[in-house]
Design a protein around this ligand. Structure first.
Ligand code: MN
Length: 292
């Protein structure tokens, strides 16, 4: 194994393939490595077709680290006031932690506290209590495998539990697990935060994972986000965790997940060109901000 870089640069598998079947995963692993990435993030939305041992072996051969992420559906939502629905969500999270462990992943990230979709009412206090209790148990399970959980802050159209870094930090404090960290995504921050720098400085060493996405989730630099300010803030708090590029287009469709994320438009066709461009963009920002 090569030494882990200070800020490993990652790419989301949806840049390469919508499915999680063995061929898709091999393609994602090889292409990520070819594009110069250190990490590949795999969404666990379809674990039935995922060859865990084969994917792990392919990543190890390529010298590529793996990270897992996932969202939940409304029928298995940990934030539901209904104990049965909440328990189904927790069971899915526990399964995902075990799969992430078997893949050799050090991080399991995403909106782990909620269904991924638009709610038609505010969060129920009983639902919030379910989230705090469930995340405590999931964090314990993850800790047993030395895994860090990233609590991803998402916009108001994808959850009613946590929409700002401040709310995320509050939830993390309530759960009180040292391996539960904040996960910020510039795409969501653009909608909900005052700017791209303050939430990073506020989180400080409680920031554990980062998604880099444009305001429309297309090519980095083709939108209006102030990435310079964001990377300066990462440098200011001496952030040392992964920095993962996330982009979606209707050119690559994951059944379920693409619809949950409202990916209706074709923002790019050539995932390889997109990924190479993003790798260079992020490496330049990291370098210019003095991160490594
Ligand atoms: Mn994200």
């Amino acid at each position: 194994m090569t030494e882990t870089p200070r800020n490993p640069l990652g790419v989301h598998a949806l840049v390469w393939a919508g499915g999680t079947d063995p061929e898709s995963m091999r393609h994602a692993v090889d292409s990520s490595k070819q594009a110069g990435y250190d990490l590949l993030e795999i969404s666990l939305h379809d674990t039935e077709s995922l060859d865990v041992a084969g994917t792990r072996a392919a990543a190890e051969r390529a010298g590529l680290g793996l990270v897992c992420s996932r969202g939940l559906g409304f029928d298995a939502d940990v934030s539901s006031p209904d104990p049965e629905v909440s328990a189904r969500g927790e069971a899915l999270l526990a399964d995902s932690v075990r799969i992430a462990r078997d893949l050799g992943a050090e991080y399991f990230a995403g909106a782990l506290y909620s269904a991924l979709g638009k709610y038609d009412r505010p969060l129920d206090p009983r639902g919030r209590a379910h989230v705090v209790a469930a995340l405590g148990r999931i964090a314990q399970l993850a800790a047993e495998s030395g895994m860090t959980l990233g609590l991803e802050v998402v916009n108001r159209y994808e959850s009613n539990v946590v929409n700002t870094a401040e709310q995320g930090l509050q939830l993390i404090d309530e759960v009180g697990a040292s391996n539960l960290k904040l996960h910020l995504d510039t795409y969501h921050m653009n909608i909900e935060e005052d700017d791209l720098a303050r939430p990073v400085r506020r989180a400080g060493d409680r920031l554990g994972y980062v998604h880099i996405g444009e305001n429309h989730r297309g090519y980095l630099g083709s939108g209006h986000l102030d990435f310079t300010a964001f990377f300066h803030a990462l440098s200011d708090v001496d952030y040392r965790g992964p920095i993962t590029f996330e982009s979606f287009s209707s050119a690559v469709v994951a059944p379920g997940l693409s619809h949950d994320l409202a990916i209706w438009r074709n923002l790019w066709d050539d995932g390889a060109d997109l990924a190479r461009h993003a790798r260079e963009f992020m490496a330049n920002q990291v370098h210019a901000a003095g991160l490594r």
